[in-house]
Ligand binder design. Sequence first.
Ligand SMILES: Nc1ncnc2c1ncn2[C@@H]1O[C@H](COP(=O)(O)OP(=O)(O)OP(=O)(O)O)[C@@H](O)[C@H]1O
Ligand SMILES: O=c1ccn([C@@H]2O[C@H](COP(=O)(O)O)[C@@H](O)[C@H]2O)c(=O)[nH]1
Length: 236
Amino acid sequence: MPAHKRILLKLSGEALMGDDAYGINRATIVRMVQEIQEVTRLGVEVAVVIGGGNIFRGVAGGSVGMDRATADYMGMLATVMNSLALADTMRQEGMTARVMSAIAIEQVVEPYVRPKALQYLEEGKVVVFAAGTGNPFFTTDTAAALRGAEIGAEIVLKATKVDGVYSADPKKDPNATRYSRISFDEAISKNLQVLDATAFALCRDQKLPIKVFSIFKAGALKRVVMGEDEGTLVHV
Ligand SMILES: Nc1ncnc2c1ncn2[C@@H]1O[C@H](COP(=O)(O)OP(=O)(O)OP(=O)(O)O)[C@@H](O)[C@H]1O
Ligand SMILES: O=c1ccn([C@@H]2O[C@H](COP(=O)(O)O)[C@@H](O)[C@H]2O)c(=O)[nH]1
């Protein structure tokens, strides 16, 4: 029996590159979709937020003198591209997915309307939330926390490039140690940057737990959904 009925899955945009230098690696996106398909087959309702780091991040534009809000809108549009690619890959794998955008681009993708999203989930469709929160100066982690709370997800699952929350960034500090559980208050007070502070605070206030685990480890998503020991649980 799955441990959760409805989940919000945050997928790393950067991981979509696979071994490529940029963009969307075909084998990688197919593998991600197949892992999601496995959990939908267990009867779990799945909503997805995907990042845009494989294409563009606002902070990169800002660092070369771009107006930061403009750069952030470019970042949000990058997430729309990833969302469309993800939903189309789901279609090719025989799944039914709907993309809903926080920014109005109705010729391309339907707008985010909460009751409609809830209806899709109840019908067993995967809902992909595109364009983050629709506002600059935020991230897709915060969008995942926001949408997760709105749809009544039981947990936010962050599938990322590391296999959990560490005492420091494990990509920079080889002595960093992994937590199996950590409270929101401790993660925030230690300024652990695996998620941004806004996302941590929103989930803490809504009592919405987060599980951080590796997007590269085959079967990890299913193990998390089954409530098995995988990654790090961030809890109230
Ligand atoms: N304390 C920490 N524990 C674990 N990872 C950390 C920590 N501090 C920083 N990180 C870094 O955070 C990264 C994950 O967060 P980030 O949101 O930047 O990436 P992402 O999941 O690929 O998102 P995107 O969708 O924006 O590409 C990890 O790859 C890791 O290097
Ligand atoms: O609510 C949001 C979400 C995202 N952005 C911008 O998009 C990029 C890509 O998102 P990541 O979370 O970094 O993958 C982000 O860098 C922001 O520039 C946003 O402005 N608002």
